[in-house]
Design a protein around this ligand. Structure first.
Ligand SMILES: *Cc1c(COP(=O)(O)O)cnc(C)c1O
Length: 404
């Protein structure tokens, strides 16, 4: 059964269905079991500290590892072509554990100036407060990264496409710069997903996903994962994840496993819908600008085609008087939910006001950084996570809400 499938030779959809799963040896149940037990009966010679933990040991305690969470980690590793993955209670759980693991006082990191808001805020205050230097740059600008590197730079952290701008970063080019500096490249690939881009094959050292988004795909379970080389991940689990304790619930692991079975099929449908809707919006008289990596009008369309095998389901667009339109959308949209988050089967839209975001999350300091922001977002954007409803119904919903 799944131990005998050579996943390096199968397609993505076979990986999504079978990787990490196998019939239960006792009951022969074909679908994965949910193991909620926090503790496991062990042998008398087991050590009490996770320091004693060795590969191949039987299960001890769910914070150290759990059969259901393990099945999810295996499936994700196969999908990402990683040696190993460690799951966390949320995307931010994964990001914060990884930063605490890789950085110590006196170190320096180069971080994307526009990223998931909580990640930006964590690196604006808390991480620098620990005596770790952070330089924020527009990572689509390779020279900006080169100029920001210091002798103590341990880490370069990028997001592509970045949330919320959908601005891309060239992973292979940044990997080269990062490795020349003796640092590690971390890529938050939540918006792309492994169907579109496999950062590890382009030279990245570690990949992060919020499982809450496309991978879980149904808006009912928070989760996160870090994927990469076995040495890095074994050490992340033992030294940091177990001690910080942001471990995924087995129930959420089971829900996300179930969501993953249809993940490549869902991504094809997200892309198909997003392309139709982006094309519709681009022609709409009330829409000033649409950004979608699958449209030739995206400022980095050439890089998108080179780096992304699927353009995903995220669109941003600008209108006149975005705040007023946000009010209309919140009241008038029937199918599309006016809500944060993304990557669910259900369509979600949210207005992001540039001035507000610059106060709370993104402290852009140079004219070049502000220029880049304005080119992608102007005064504000609607971030639209196109779901799996029929595209014609979504277009009709937008049409009635955009009308006076
Ligand atoms: C949502 C998101 C996160 C955080 O994930 P949570 O599961 O909400 O903690 C991190 N990065 C990106 C790009 C995201 O969209």
């Amino acid at each position: 059964m799944s131990e005998k499938i050579e996943f390096s030779k199968t397609g993505e959809q076979t990986k999504a269905v079978h990787a990490g799963e196998f019939p239960d040896p006792v009951t022969r149940a074909s679908s994965p079991n949910l193991v909620m037990s926090t503790t496991f009966v062990t042998d008398a010679d087991s050590g009490f500290s996770a320091e004693n933990m060795k590969e191949g040991d039987s299960w001890m305690y769910t914070r150290w590892g759990n059969p259901t969470i393990h099945q999810l980690e295996e499936k994700l590793a196969v999908l990402e072509e990683a040696e190993m993955g460690v799951a966390f209670d949320s995307g931010m759980g994964a990001i914060s554990a990884l930063l605490f693991h890789l950085l110590k006082s006196g170190d320096h990191a180069v971080v994307t100036d526009v990223a998931y808001a909580a990640m930006s805020e964590l690196t604006n205050e808390m991480i620098p407060g620990l005596g770790i230097g952070i330089t924020k740059v527009d990572t689509s600008d390779l020279n900006a990264i080169k100029n920001a590197i210091q002798p103590n730079t341990r880490l370069v952290y990028i997001e592509t496409p970045c949330n919320p701008l959908l601005r891309l970063t060239d992973i292979a080019a940044v990997a080269e710069i990062t490795h020349k500096a003796g640092a590690k490249l971390v890529v938050d690939s939540t918006f792309a997903t492994p169907v579109a881009t496999k950062p590890l094959t382009l030279g990245a050292d570690l990949v992060i996903h919020s499982l809450t988004k496309y991978l879980g795909g149904h808006g009912d379970a928070l989760g996160g994962v870090v994927l990469g080389k076995k040495d890095d991940l074994l050490s992340l689990r033992k030294k940091t994840a177990i001690r910080l304790g942001g471990i995924l619930s087995p129930f959420n692991a089971w829900l996300i496993l179930r969501g993953l079975a249809t993940f490549p099929i869902r991504m094809r449908a997200h892309q198909e819908n997003a392309l139709k809707i982006a094309t519709y919006l681009e022609k709409h008289p009330k829409v000033k600008r649409v950004i979608y990596p699958g449209l030739p009008s995206h400022p980095q369309y050439e890089l998108a085609r080179r780096q992304m095998k699927n353009f995903s389901g995220m669109i941003t667009f600008q209108v006149e008087n975005g705040r007023e339109m946000a009010q209309r959308f919140a009241e008038e949209l029937q199918i599309i939910h006016y809500a944060v988050s993304l990557g669910h089967h259900r369509s979600l839209i949210f207005y992001m006001d540039s001035k507000n975001l610059h106060e709370t999350s993104f402290h852009l300091s140079t004219p070049a950084q502000l220029d880049s922001w304005n080119r992608f977002a102007g005064e504000g954007i609607f971030r639209f996570s196109v779901g799996l409803e029929d595209a014609d119904d979504l277009i009709a919903d937008l049409e009635q809400a955009l009308k006076e």
